[in-house]
Design a protein around this ligand. Structure first.
Ligand SMILES: Nc1ncnc2c1ncn2[C@@H]1O[C@H](COP(=O)(O)OP(=O)(O)OP(=O)(O)O)[C@@H](O)[C@H]1O
Ligand SMILES: [Mg+2]
Length: 241
């Protein structure tokens, strides 16, 4: 579905992503982990056309994404959530959720239809009772779920999720994990998920890709990755300490 080949991103003299190859298959939940500054978010920005790669190719269902603008990538069927939830706090929950369907896959969806879709996904993340509240009045966890609803409303085949669990309690992170499994199972949307909450990602993903200083150092099942000595040294050891 998503295939990245030789993806490199340089910012001046810094190589933030260094010759990375990976795939995300249909129906997969793939974790993307690694220390701070490893290049995880940069890889999301490369996929979505925010900061196109300096070198390499990224295809989605066989179509080259490099060179496409963010809204064109969205139209292709990829949406994302941001590391810092980007809700419009002075707008209502419903208005926020409507942004996804309005600027997603379909051009010029009439407002009522966009709201209808938004309600479907607010219900999916259990926020339907809050649709008239201001997004700014929500808890952090609720804002993260709203961000997810917004992303889902864009009608993606693949959603890129950047640290949706950070700052949440273990119980809230569990809810996020369960919701992402439902995204895959009930909506048929593949998930590429960056997260520092290692337990959540180990228990939920089919496969995990590990970046360290821009390079991919492992790619395998959660068990394989947990047993990989380079990963333990670069990342997991540090997390457990
Ligand atoms: N727009 C940019 N301009 C210059 N340097 C950048 C830019 N974006 C990221 N970087 C640098 O690229 C490197 C990778 O950053 P990135 O945000 O991808 O890391 P990350 O793996 O997402 O880390 P974290 O877990 O802290 O979110 C860092 O050294 C960062 O400072
Ligand atoms: Mg990041």
């Amino acid at each position: 579905m998503l295939t990245a080949t030789g993806v490199t991103k340089r910012f001046g003299g810094l190589t933030a992503v260094d010759d990375v190859d990976f795939t995300v298959g249909e129906g997969e939940i793939v974790g993307l982990i690694g220390p701070n500054g490893a290049g995880k978010t940069t890889l999301f920005n490369a996929i979505t056309g925010v900061h196109p790669p300096s070198e390499g190719s990224i295809t989605f269902d066989g179509e080259e994404l490099v060179g496409k603008k963010p809204h064109e990538v969205a139209r292709q069927g990829i949406s994302r959530t941001f590391q810092t939830a980007r809700t419009f706090n002075e707008l209502t929950v419903l208005e926020n959720a409507t942004v996804g369907p309005m600027f997603g896959r379909t051009d010029s969806l009439p407002r009522e239809e966009a709201e209808e879709r938004a309600r479907t996904f607010l219900e999916f993340v259990d926020l339907e009772d809050k649709e008239d509240e201001l997004a700014g009045s929500l808890t952090l966890a609720e804002r993260k779920f709203l961000e997810l609803a917004k992303g889902l409303g864009a009608d993606p085949n693949l959603i890129l999720v950047d640290e949706i669990g950070s700052g949440l309690t273990p119980a809230e992170v569990n809810m996020i994990s369960e919701t992402l499994i439902r995204v895959r199972d009930e909506l048929g949307i593949s998930v590429l998920w960056i997260e520092h909450v290692v337990d959540a990602i180990m228990g939920t993903t089919d496969r995990i890709i590990v970046l360290n200083q821009g390079k991919k150092i492992a790619d395998g099942t959660p068990t394989e990755v947990q047993q990989n000595s380079e990963v333990v040294e670069a990342y997991l050891g540090e997390v457990e300490a």
